[in-house]
Design a protein around this ligand. Structure first.
Ligand code: CP
Length: 335
């Protein structure tokens, strides 16, 4: 039996037991808080040019088989700050284009002495699949419409900086409205799991074709509410999390046009005025300016968007550090 996450929790890594992070659904609120505690330790070091030694001697492979700016760069910066050597593989420049399978690619990367693989893939379940096949840590950087666990962790970490109360910086009772393309969003799925575990009340809003009522049943255990009155959902929120329309995952048209979407759901000056004075605006990026949000709001006083990006480094450093520490313990069990 695994020790309880609270046992011997003097150092965050003593309360983390998995070499992998493939999704949020299987980790506990205590483990999420463990990532935050570790990120709190790393965050002050970000102002320095000194590298830390946590992953010294480790080779981390960034296997990004879908486009990325933020996640890929943040993982690379994080691994390097922890002292790792980082190799980035693109789908276009790898033997995947010659028909090599994902499994063979990963097994060969492992044979070349990789100590950790960070994977982004268009197929839901790709990270879990590799975690079952390989003996090294696998970190999910986004798999299809399934999960984007580090995005959810950095989003919750950012919310905690704004609204956390008490010594634990608890988010219990806070209200977050997620607005946009929920159906195809791995960010929404991971955030629903992460924020509900932290006691946040989540409202999903957007076109009924992208936010169907059935989501309320699907996430009944998470206490999620589907709102059809966008105004009410925005007025009550402590934070509004905007999502991009994910054309690349949609096979049919879910609303008449982007212009129509912007007219009814885009965050413009009028809809922003419905927000509470202290409410913040979040977006995982990439932003489609003028579609889901007006530029002046994305760049305005309420925007936490670049804070989210910056927090992505401390949070991903924490995840890499914790997964590597758990892996090393599995290699050398305590005597
Ligand atoms: N938020 C996010 O996943 O952005 P990228 O696609 O640029 O990594």
């Amino acid at each position: 039996m695994q020790p309880s996450p609270k046992d011997n929790a003097s150092k965050p890594e003593d309360a983390w037991h998995s070499k992998n992070l493939t999704g949020i659904e299987h980790i506990s609120a205590e483990e999420i808080t463990t990532v935050f505690r570790q990120a709190d330790i790393f965050k002050p070091s970000l102002g320095s040019r000194e590298k830390l030694a946590s992953l010294h001697g480790h080779t981390v492979v960034n296997l990004f088989l879908e486009p990325s700016t933020r996640t890929r760069t943040a993982f690379e910066v994080s691994a390097k700050r922890l002292g790792a050597d980082v190799i980035s593989l693109d789908s276009d420049a790898s033997s995947l284009v010659k028909g090599e399978t994902l499994r063979d690619t990963a097994m060969n990367v492992r044979a070349l002495n990789a100590d950790m693989i960070i994977i982004r893939h268009k197929a839901a379940g790709a990270a879990r699949y590799l975690a079952d096949k390989l003996d090294i840590p696998i970190v999910n950087a986004g798999d299809g419409a399934h999960a984007h666990p580090t995005q959810a962790l950095l989003d919750a970490y950012t919310l905690r900086e704004h609204f956390g109360s008490g010594p634990e910086r608890s988010l219990k009772g806070r209200k977050v409205t997620i607005l946009g393309d929920i159906l195809f969003s791995r960010v929404a799925r991971s955030n629903i799991h992460c924020l509900s575990k932290l006691g946040v009340q989540i409202t999903l809003a957007g076109p009924t074709t992208l936010v169907p009522d059935v989501l309320e049943k699907a996430y009944a255990a998470e206490g999620v509410h589907v709102a059809h009155e966008t105004e009410k959902a925005l007025r009550e929120a402590d934070a509004v999390m905007l999502l991009r329309i994910q054309h690349e995952r949609q096979t049919t048209t879910h609303f008449p046009s982007l212009g129509e979407y912007t007219k009814v759901f885009g965050l413009n000056r009028e809809r922003e005025s419905w927000l509470k004075p202290g409410a913040i605006v979040m977006h995982p990026g990439p932003i489609n300016r003028g579609v889901e949000v007006e530029s002046e709001i994305a760049d305005g006083a309420r925007s936490a968007i670049l804070q989210q990006v910056r927090n992505g480094i401390a949070v991903r450093m924490a995840v890499l550090h914790l997964c590597a520490a758990a892996w090393r313990r599995q290699l050398k069990p305590a005597v």
